[in-house]
Design a protein around this ligand. Structure first.
Ligand code: CA
Length: 229
């Protein structure tokens, strides 16, 4: 259940929100829901979703303002935002206001088209989730075939180590806390002790070194977590 991209749906009207949630879950995404701008901002900061679908018309803090705040904060700036608006004039305004939204959809939208746009955004931030081959130095991961190579030699990883490596490879240099890795690799619904992360990072390191005796690409960041490169 883990490893799928997580999409945060921000929409105050329940019927519209439910349609989005239904379709996203049918596509295999993990879905979170927020009904207000403030809740969306808090969830974006704390849960780091992979993508945000953001309705323009929200009570209190508008979708535009939410988008502007997301894009002006360093911890949420990298999350793709697709804005949903009721009229095309609104889309023009969103563009004109330079809110930083990554894409726009006008209601009534085609679900097929929206899903395609979501995949386009995720290809950029979660390439493995849409079946791309990931490369980092002499390591390559083919997520569709579940195969890992280092210096051209195939490595055999357990499923948890595979998901860990994929997570690292999608964002080289990013420092992941143990909690973030637990959410991403194990899934947030499962209780796992954070020391388990250390155990599996250790196994992954061993597997990566084992093949060629080459150096350890995973960095331990004291007090923060782990990073690749
Ligand atoms: Ca709304």
């Amino acid at each position: 259940m883990s490893g799928q991209p997580c999409v945060l749906v921000v929409e105050d009207e329940a019927p519209q929100r439910e349609v989005l949630v239904y379709n996203l879950e049918a596509e295999g995404y993990l879905v979170q829901q927020a009904t207000s701008g403030d809740a969306a901002l808090e969830m974006a900061r704390e849960d780091a979703p992979d993508l945000i679908l953001l309705d323009w018309m929200l009570p209190e803090v508008s979708g535009i303002e939410v988008c502007r705040r997301l894009k002006s904060a360093s911890e949420t700036r990298g999350i793709p935002v697709i804005m949903i608006s009721a009229r095309s004039e609104e889309v023009d305004r969103v563009r004109g206001l330079e809110t930083g939204a990554d894409d726009y959809v006008v209601k009534p939208y085609s679900v097929v088209e929206l899903m395609a746009r979501i995949r386009t955004q995720l290809r950029r931030v979660r390439p493995a989730s849409v079946g791309e081959v990931l490369e980092f130095g002499d390591i390559s991961v083919n997520s569709e075939e579940h195969r890992v190579f280092r210096e051209g030699r195939e490595l055999h990883l357990g499923p948890t180590e595979f998901r860990l490596l994929t997570t690292f490879m999608e964002r080289p240099g990013r420092v992941w806390s143990r909690d973030q890795l637990l959410d991403r690799v194990w899934g947030r619904d499962i209780y796992v002790d954070s020391r388990t992360v250390d155990v599996h990072v250790g196994r992954l390191r061993k597997a990566l070194r084992g093949a060629t005796g080459t150096d350890d690409p995973i960095r331990t960041v004291r007090g923060a977590g782990y990073a690749l490169g």
